[in-house]
Structures are given as C-alpha cells and as structure tokens.
Ligand binder design. Sequence first.
Ligand SMILES: C[S@@+](CC[C@H](N)C(=O)[O-])C[C@H]1O[C@@H](n2cnc3c(N)ncnc32)[C@H](O)[C@@H]1O
Length: 491
Amino acid sequence: MSRIDYQPANAKLNGAYFTPDAVVRSLVSWAVQDETDLMLDPSCGDGRFLAGHVNSVGVEQDPASASVAKARAAGALVHEGDFFRWAANTELRFDCAAGNPPFIRYQLFKGETRAAAQALCRRSGAQFSGLASSWAPFLVAAGSLVKPGGRMAFVVPAEIGHAPYAAPLLEWLASQFAHVQLIAVRDKLFPELSEDCWLLYAEGRGESTHHLSLTRLSNFSASNAPPKVDVEVPLEEWRETWNRRLRPFLLSPDQRQIYLDATMAEGSRRLSDIATAGIGYVSGANNFFHLRPSEAKAWGIPRTVLTPAIRNARSLPSAALKVSDLRRMERDDAPMLLLNLRNQDKLPASVRRYLDSTAGKQARTGFKCRNRAQWYAVPDVRIPDYFLAYMSGRSVALVENEAKATCTNSLHAVTLHREADRPALAAAHASKFFQLSCELEGHPLGGGMLKLEPREAARIVIPTPERIAALDDELIGDAISELQRWRHYAD
Ligand SMILES: C[S@@+](CC[C@H](N)C(=O)[O-])C[C@H]1O[C@@H](n2cnc3c(N)ncnc32)[C@H](O)[C@@H]1O
C-alpha cells in the first residue's frame, strides 16, 4: 500500500498525523550514525521512520497502522500495543530513537495509558501533572530507553515553547543529555493541522547540560544534521526570568532586553499586583439565561433581576463601554440581558413562569445547571472595572466598564485592588509595551489567535508611566510584529 493511500481511522483521537518524507529522512539520518545502531520509534504509525533504517523497533497501538508498518518496514520489529506498557517491561535499550509522538490532549489522554505513562515517567525522574498532553511523557519514556551516549530526534508540538506541562520534559532532557536543541519552524510542517510543530534533537544520553539550544527557521529544509544554533538559552534564565518558556527567544536579544529592562525597572508591577483578573461567569445555558429586551418584556421579567452582559470580545467598543453602547445593544434587541437570580429570596411570578417554560426545563438538565445548588442561580456574576479579551487577533483589548455591565467567560473580568491604580493601568494599556507583554505572557492558539489564560493575564507587566514614555516604540513594534508572524497573524 502506498503511503498516500493509507489514512488511519480516528486520526484526531489517536494523535495520528503522519510525518512528511523530508522531515522523516532528516531526523533518521541524524539519529542513526552507524548502520548497526538499533533505533526505536515509539509510535511508528505506518512505519515511515522504521523504513528509513532496517535495524529498528517500532511500537504502534492502532492495529491497522501497525500492519501497514510491518509490510512497509519488513526488516524492522513492530510491536502492536500501548508504548508505555511495552516500555515498562522491555529489556531492550537503543542507540537512538526517532519519530513523531501522538499529540493527545490531557482530556483524552486518560485511563490506564496515562497511569502507565505517569508511573514510567516518575521512575525516570520526570513529574508530569494530569494536564500533560501525551507527547511529553512519550518523549521521556522513549528517551529513557536510549543507551548512554545515544541520541533522539523527534517532531514536537510548538507548545514545547510555552506550555507549562512541557517544562518537566525540557528539565528532564537537560538532565539526561549533553546537548538539547530545539528547531522552531515558523511555516507549518503539517499544513492540514492548526498546531505548529518544531523539531527536537538531543544527544549524549547519560550527561547533562545547563543550556537549551534554539534555532529559528522560517521554513524547514531537509538536512542530515540539525541547523546551526542561534541562541544558547541558559536553563537558569529560562526558569527564573522567562517563566520556563522558550518563546521569548524567538525575539532578538535587543527585543528581549527591552522587555526585561522594563519588567525589572523600579515601580514596574504585574497585573496581579494591582488587580484581580479572572474569567467571567459560566451560565451553563447561554441561550436560556441571556434574554433579548423584547423577550424580557414579553415575559414581564423585572429589570431588577436582569444584568446587562458582554458575551464576547467582538461586542466590546475599543476604548470604554458606555451606557450609550448598552442602549444601542438594547435597541438592536441583542440577547444581552443576563437573568441574574443569585441572592434572590423570593422569585417574582413572571420569573417562575420563565423558569418553568419548556426552555427552562431543558436548561436545568445541562451539566453546569444540574451541579449547582439552585440550577437557575448563575454564580460568579461580577461587575468588573475592565474587560480584558481572552482570545485576540491583532491586539488585546482592555476596555473600561463605565456602563457597569458583567461578562461571560469569553472575557476576563479585571477589578482593581485600589482605585488609585486606574491611571497607571490606563497609561500601560495605551502603550505598545502592553501588547508586547500580552504576546510574551500569553500564547498562540492556532488560527492566528493569541490566548491569555488567567495565570498569563496575571503576569502582564505594568511599568510606570515615566518608564513607558522612555521606551523605544519602534523596537517594541518590531518585537510585536515578529511574535505575530510566529503565531501566523501577520504572515
Ligand atoms: C503522530 S502519529 C506518528 C506516526 C508516524 N511515526 C509518523 O510520524 O508518520 C502518532 C502515532 O501514535 C500512535 N499512538 C497513539 N497512542 C499510542 C500509544 N499509547 N502507544 C503506541 N502508539 C500510540 C497513533 O496511533 C499514531 O499512529
């Protein structure tokens, strides 16, 4: 069967996206240094890595893929089954390992396979939380089967550059290999996937390093050795200064330094020092809990239990949300009135009728509604000082809440600790530096978007207005454009 003909079933569920030939050849030709070397591919799919080197062993849990691998790589040994359970029992050790591990997110990477993965990684000295996607433990388990002096070469998700769960993997690699190099590739290695991929090369198993080496490429070109290193990232700097992220090293040293200087400057604070930022409420049944003004009127629901709500960043004006903006939304009869029944002792008869409507009977069966004391009382409804976009395109909006509306979980609700910090936040937000901080503390989501998780929003840097005025806006603008190019917003 030709490679083109073969498509595994449930590709997404099993993290089964097969690697382009040129990438396979490059990784195998570097990993294998002698024809007698024994190579491991822990998730061999249809056997394309194995086919590049006869003396190899592959593991694959999908029976159909495993049988294609057996036919394609006739000289190799292919085990059908779960790699982690196989790895826990095998006595084999390898001169090298190469491949492309499955990218299965933690929600689906569960049960016995995850338990086996975590136990194996713990024994090897790497601690992953329950939030790790499958590929990171895969690489620890594969690397732990590599002999002293051996090498590994793998395709990795670009999340290795920012995801918290990737940090234990990088720590482990640096403690186990003399040289660890990441190749960040800007153009997609897998054009059909929204995720970007990088490459990982590690050599000298049994030794350790104090650096991670990074190479930035705009596109991949085949070669039998990793490209020249651009930046040596000291582990200590990666840990202490950059929150265990490699993404900042996609920038030039000047660009990184300007960010660092402003972050360290006297008077600079993080957003969490001056405000709380948490996502807005989760209603559990958006269509039911958000009424149009015409619907509220028809049901006779009093204004006292209706709170104007912003449901996504698109509905926000650019500067401040004013009462006139809410009036316009009301005139447009937008579904923007949240039925806010928290702390209501006695429900008005009209509200009772609405709750007992067909839509209400349907809404209360949903997961969120079923699992709260009063199914109709939406928790965490706050009136914040600002709304901060959770997912953004070009730039991240921070919008003052003059109209005293609330917001759903598609926005962060930002509330100042002290009113006196309002001017400092306004000055910071008006600067390009704010956008650079969001780019560096947030992360790319795929499809060009930038996402700010609550823990990331908390880290946004707020320098003093004087410091902001002294910054080199051109350099900062270039840094923002560079990071936007890496997240495919400004290609
Ligand atoms: C990204 S694909 C890579 C396949 C092949 N190495 C390539 O690059 O073309 C990952 C493969 O891992 C397999 N897989 C997923 N979980 C596995 C597990 N626990 N043990 C072994 N293989 C697994 C999937 O079926 C899929 O074929």
